[in-house]
Design a protein around this ligand. Structure first.
Ligand SMILES: Cc1cc2nc3c(=O)[nH]c(=O)nc-3n(C[C@H](O)[C@H](O)[C@H](O)COP(=O)(O)OP(=O)(O)OC[C@H]3O[C@@H](n4cnc5c(N)ncnc54)[C@H](O)[C@@H]3O)c2cc1C
Length: 420
């Protein structure tokens, strides 16, 4: 067991999600010769979460198919994996982490990769509702495995939250023959991440597929059935009551920063790290959804919830803790699959002064660009993979572009790039 090894030799990773799984093998690839220990509170090997609201929910993928890497890969890289175990406390002075099974592990370098928890609904009495077997949050493989047992044609599903996760679940559910209602408190779906035009497009697509999308509709409470052991209906602020056989909540993420806060590390909407993923303690790194990190390209700090960010930060931490000081400086990007539509987004659109549509939304293949002072800040591409790849270049390299040319679908996007 690694606790017997000298702490000078131990790279300890707390959390065993997407970022952690990538970081563990990257540390070995970067030449770390000591022990590598991965501690996770879930029972599973590091797995991909995106399919949880897509192909795993629909039953097209099994749990094993979600794993980032097979167990043999970790064994071959001599990575010790400790599942079902929570890291409870970091002793910074002693360089130790106390685990929920009573053990204490020493480290020379510690990586915090604790991701986050599904944000809970802030309603009085929610604790009692959360215990009902047909009320679900959606963050983990086990959450979705439970949801799948109740995912039957004809069931009445109420989804709280019209963000990516809620809408992806709606798309799968309505195809499976469930009766689906989406409740969104804001005036439009995807409001935090995209322009009104894209929200209107996705609302229309869902309604045409049979989903009852209700915007500006906040949930005010729940009714239980006569026996008191299941949610029977969702009650909204406008007094409406929606009968439900199951309820799924997707209202965002609460970054898991409790360990870092208790250890006295800087935390501000995520664990504060520098461009090398180092926290305010030089021997402690943090990666993935739980970090507040600087992005030189965007010129500001941000916290992202995306796989590309988790992967890139994982590789940055691995190189840096092996003494190779890599800098994290990636353009954020994200994707969402709903029905036949492949939405891919790059950049962050906040502060745009020009919105350009290319192609007709009715054709279910189009792009939207967000410009500021003639430079592309961000793009949302719907089933246009090539335009997504090109948009990555426009955004990453801050290439000036004219809105009129961008809007003209007959002009190849590639031709608007400067000559090589
Ligand atoms: C349903 C769903 C769909 C998504 N779809 C997309 C998508 O289409 N595209 C995209 O880019 N991103 C998507 N995401 C986001 C993406 O999955 C996350 O950005 C990514 O998983 C972040 O990885 P992470 O390692 O930082 O955190 P996580 O994957 O959350 O892993 C953190 C792990 O740490 C564990 N942990 C926490 N605290 C402790 C502790 N004290 N001790 C031990 N273990 C601990 C947690 O249990 C968890 O297993 C989706 C997420 C969800 C939930």
């Amino acid at each position: 067991m690694s606790t017997a090894a000298s702490p000078e030799d131990i790279a300890l990773i707390v959390g065993a999600g997407h970022a952690a799984g990538e970081c563990a093998t990257s540390i070995r690839d970067q030449g770390w010769t000591g022990c590598i220990v991965l501690v996770g509170e879930e029972p599973h090997l590091p797995y991909q979460r995106p399919p949880l609201s897509k192909a795993f929910l629909s039953g097209e993928l099994s749990a094993e198919q979600l794993y980032l890497k097979p167990q043999a890969t970790y064994e071959k890289a001599r990575i010790e994996f400790i599942p079902n175990t929570r890291a409870e406390r970091i002793g910074r002075a002693e360089h130790t982490v106390a685990l929920s099974d009573g053990r204490e592990i020493g480290y020379s370098k510690l990586v915090i990769a604790t991701g986050g928890h599904a944000r809970r609904l802030a309603l009085p009495g929610i604790e009692a509702i959360e215990k009902q077997p047909n009320f679900h949050y959606l963050r983990t493989l086990d959450h979705v495995a439970r949801i799948r047992t109740q995912f039957h044609a004809g069931a009445r599903l109420v989804i709280i939250g019209g963000g990516y996760i809620g809408l992806e679940v709606a798309a799968i559910a309505v195809r499976r023959g469930l009766h689906v209602t989406v409740l969104e408190a804001l005036p439009r779906v995807l409001a935090r991440v995209t322009a009104p035009e894209l929200s209107a497009f996705y609302e229309r697509v869902h309604r045409e597929a049979g989903v009852d999308v209700r915007t500006s509709t906040a949930v005010s409470g729940f009714e239980l059935d006569a026996s008191g052991d299941a949610v029977a209906a969702v009650v909204c602020g406008d007094g409406s009551r929606i009968p439900a056989d199951l309820v799924i909540v997707g209202v965002g993420l609460q970054p898991a920063t409790d360990l870092a806060v208790a250890a006295g590390l800087a935390v501000d909407n995520g664990i504060v790290v520098d461009e090398h993923t180092r926290t305010s303690d030089p021997d402690i790194f943090a990666i993935g959804d739980c970090t507040n990190h600087p992005n030189g390209l965007l010129g500001r700090r941000l916290r992202l919830e995306s796989v590309p960010n988790a992967m890139e930060q994982a590789r940055t931490a691995a190189a840096t803790l092996c003494g190779k000081e890599r800098v994290y400086n990636s353009v954020p990007w994200f994707w969402s699959d709903q029905y036949d539509l492949k939405l891919k987004m790059v950049g962050l659109s906040q502060g745009y002064d020009e919105f350009v549509l290319r192609g007709a939304p009715e054709s279910r293949s189009f792009s939207a660009f967000y410009l500021k002072d003639g430079v592309m800040l961000a793009a949302d591409t719907v089933s246009r993979p090539q335009e997504f790849m090109l948009a990555k270049r426009f955004v990453g390299e801050k290439i000036p572009v004219r809105a009129t040319e961008l809007a003209d679908d007959s002009i190849p996007l590639k031709s608007l790039l400067p000559a090589a």
